[in-house]
Design a binder for this molecule. Sequence first.
Ligand SMILES: [Zn+2]
Length: 367
Amino acid sequence: MRPLLRTIGLLLLGISTGVFSAAQTTSASPSAGPNEDDLALKSFAAMHPIDAHVHVFKTDPAFQALLEHLNLKLLNILVMDDTLPYRKELRPQIEDARTLVRSSRGHVALCTTFDPYKFDSPSFDADVIKQIDQNFAEGAVAVKIWKNIGMEIKDRNGKFIMADDPKFDPIYKDIAARGKTLLSHQAEPDVAWGPPDPSDPAWSYYQENPQWYVGNTPGFPSKQTILDARDHVLANNPKLGMVGVHLGSMERDLDNIARHLDKYPNFAIDTAARMEYLMLLPREKARAFLIKYQDRVIYGTDLDFLATASVSDVLKDWQSTYVRDWRFLATSDTLSVGGKQTHGLHLSRPVLRKIFRGNAVHWIPGL
Ligand SMILES: [Zn+2]
């Protein structure tokens, strides 16, 4: 990074902790906290990290400056969600995302999606393939399918459509043939099926998004049914690279994730919005898992930047997440999560380099 850019960025960001300021190198901060945060961000930035799971809805110079300070690349993921007004339409999302990518100076790549609500259209497959191929031609590196497949959209007979529906197969074949990656978010954390559990890291999400809490819904598909359909896609498409986001929706069961990674060589997972689950596991178990599967775990956060958000709040939120994740994976620091104390995993630099960068490059070609 050029010093002038650093200075401009600091002004834009209003960073008070002096992460990148020259002054910091000559004077020790009396406050240990911010100083540790600075060091964490500096070490994180030295990895040239990739956050392979974010949702950014606007362009902003201070945000761009953050990306440049942290040497950070983002995979910006589109989602079609008819329960949120700003995610209902595909075309404006793609347009906004292309503007963001173009203005990002190489810091943002696009994971596109398609409109699964048009599932019953006779030209569904052909339309989707045409659209995603066009997005690929414009630089998109991956395609996302979301939990509305399995948990929301029904076919003409009133049956929930699943990820392994034959209608999706030509789409998966096209993604594989183009050498692109499928990001799959099927199902939800266990707690969405109930009972209510305020101690679960995802519980607050269901208080804010009750449409996805299915614990009291008679006849609703089980989580296992939905994940079995996802697994059929893996088995039926061995040439399709798939990232199961959110720890592959197996957030409480590392043994189950391990079985999936062993069984499906075309499967990897990301950590998005599930780091707290890893933090709550026995430290040695989480550490051994990440070392054993060091080639299969991709760093992602699920951080977002909504058009309506306060930029300074967003910058604080993003930085504090990166600080926490770095301290958890890279140091032995004591951290608190959900009122409990845990210790960082102190993973080696080669493992950290894979998780924070190398695996994303490998599993999502073009990133
Ligand atoms: Zn997400």
